[in-house]
Write a protein that binds this ligand. Structure first.
Ligand SMILES: [Zn+2]
Length: 355
């Protein structure tokens, strides 16, 4: 690995490898033309690791998928709300992804490690070992009481999104809409409040990406940890429901939290569109805006690799050095680049985790 290692707030690589129609049987350990992250391209791109999401898609038999639920509107789009998941299905599916991650760790022969402490994370970045954080994107798999969290914590879970873009027993996620405010529905349930407290007491990061605005403000009120959106952008530049308003950014700054800049073109572009013909300058503009809003110590990356369409010039994880070059060109010095690339994640995780 050469250059500055990039540690990143979000990827959907586990799902991409897991679903045969997505990963098409590619291996994490061999270079592929499919997907965004494998070990070979990760090393080329200086990818030091990141949050590996366990995300459970709606099962085919409930008839919902992002494509069929999409309506194009006059000035954007609206994806009708995803129905809640059956908790037992969610648990089985997410447990499968958890097993996949530990299997990757085992098969990697020391090249990938699931990290549980800030020291482990820093050690991996120093030694060029790919650091993986076990993250749940949506808490459906915990069932209706947050008690199961402790078992997963012991297994290695260190980050949890209360919701994906659908409702569950804890909270409501934002449906994908453009243009739209993130204020799309009710806030946390009593079980959701309990879950936040449980995360605080175990030292599990509470991820706010995908949470609607009412839920966000309730977390701001009750959580003792820094406010973190692992993969979201600036609503002022791209008014998608998934992005953060200026008020939300203020709350993130005031809690000394952070934002991971999402490379999904739909959350970057002013027009909310899906065109891969999106220059890296668009990513740089979001970084600039977020740095201006929350400070250089509170911005990192949250690529959404293997889960979204990214700018064509980025291509995949091997394109990260091109982004760093674009940021350097835009005036970020080496110290600032290190903060964006991994140091800020290290700081926030150190203050969130117990150890
Ligand atoms: Zn996501």
């Amino acid at each position: 690995m050469n250059g500055i290692p990039v540690f990143d707030g979000h990827n959907d690589t586990l799902l991409n490898l897991h679903l045969p129609n997505r990963g098409e049987g590619r291996s994490f350990f061999e270079r592929s033309r499919l997907g965004h992250i494998d070990l070979v391209r990760a090393s080329e791109g200086g990818f030091g690791g990141g949050f590996f999401a366990c995300y459970t898609p709606n099962p085919e038999d409930d008839g919902w998928n992002e494509e069929s639920a999409l309506t194009v509107t006059e000035d954007g789009y609206e994806v009708s709300g995803a129905p809640p998941l059956d908790p037992e299905y969610a648990r089985d599916f997410a447990d499968g992804l958890v097993r996949d991650l530990f299997q990757l760790e085992k098969e990697s022969g020391g090249a990938l490690r699931v990290v549980r402490t800030a020291d482990e994370l820093e050690g991996c970045l120093r030694e060029g070992i790919l650091a993986a954080i076990l993250h749940f994107e949506g808490a459906e798999n915990l069932g209706s009481a947050p008690g199961a969290l402790e078992t997963y914590y012991e297994a290695g879970l260190r980050s949890l999104g209360l919701v994906w873009s659908r409702p569950n027993v804890y909270a409501e996620g934002v449906p994908f809409r453009f243009p739209s405010s993130p204020d799309t529905g009710p806030g946390l349930t009593p079980a959701g409040r309990e879950l936040v407290a449980e995360c605080n007491s175990l030292g599990i990061l509470v991820d706010l990406s995908h949470l609607n605005e009412k839920g966000f403000w309730e977390v701001a009120e009750i959580s003792e940890a820094p406010m973190v959106a692992t993969h979201s952008n600036a609503h002022a530049l791209c008014p998608a429901s998934r992005n953060l308003t200026d008020g939300q950014l203020d709350a993130i700054r005031d809690s000394d939290g952070m934002v991971g800049v999402n490379f999904a073109v739909a959350f970057l572009r002013e027009d909310g569109g899906e065109s891969e013909d999106t220059p890296l300058e668009t990513v740089v503009r979001h970084v600039d805006y977020l740095v201006e809003s929350v400070g250089i110590n509170r911005v990192g990356f949250g690529s959404d690799f293997d889960g979204a369409k990214v700018p064509g010039v980025m291509k995949d994880v091997s394109g990260l050095p091109r982004l760093l070059a674009a940021l350097r060109e835009a005036g970020y010095d080496e110290a600032a680049l290190k903060k964006l690339a991994h140091e800020n994640w290290g700081r926030v995780l150190r203050s969130t985790w117990r150890g």
